[in-house]
Design a protein around this ligand. Structure first.
Ligand SMILES: [Zn+2]
Length: 173
């Protein structure tokens, strides 16, 4: 398996996304980083991201360059770069296509976030930040997102008579 196919499989890229390049860059402090660039086929069309919109093949209007931190690959910090397409929907106008590998607005990939949230259960965030050479502010922001999301899935309406203990939690409907 060549490098391109290996990375395409590891990142689970599906059409029209494709691997464009993988290269090492100097991080400026003597260390090297792995930079993975993802693109899409010329002429590719995308579904309108607006909820409930049935437009499945909108043409690309333009692209916005984005970068996400990904899981380390061996000892190297890894980043994913992509020119994210904005599509022209006949109903909704120009809309940004979300990256399949990241949460909208996040600077990390979903795989990185899942790993960081799991690690944060076992380590102080400051320790984790130091170990992975990341700012604790960015880590706290992503952890806060998942804590808020978990809270939304719970309903704290049933409390004990003392109001101190959570007796039962129901999934939110
Ligand atoms: Zn639309």
């Amino acid at each position: 398996m060549d490098t391109s196919r290996l990375f395409t499989a590891a990142l689970q890229l599906q059409e029209p996304w494709r691997l464009e390049s993988v290269d090492f860059r100097d991080a400026g402090d003597g260390r090297r980083e792995l930079h993975i660039t993802i693109g899409f086929e010329a002429g590719a069309r995308f579904r309108c991201p607006e909820a409930g919109c049935g437009q499945a093949a909108c043409p690309v209007h333009d692209r916005r360059e984005r970068v996400w931190r990904h899981l380390n690959i061996f000892q190297y910090k890894a980043f994913i770069h992509a020119g994210m397409p904005r599509v022209m929907c006949p109903e909704h106008g120009v809309r940004t296509v979300p990256a399949p590998w990241a949460r909208p607005g996040s600077g990390f990939t979903l795989l990185f976030e899942a790993w960081a949230v799991e690690m944060a259960r076992h380590l102080l965030v400051s320790t984790l930040a130091e170990q992975i050479d990341e700012t604790d502010t960015r880590l706290w922001r992503l952890i806060a997102h998942y804590v808020d999301e978990a809270r939304r899935l719970e309903d704290y309406c049933v409390l004990s008579s003392r109001g101190l203990l959570f007796v039962q939690c129901f999934p939110a409907v």
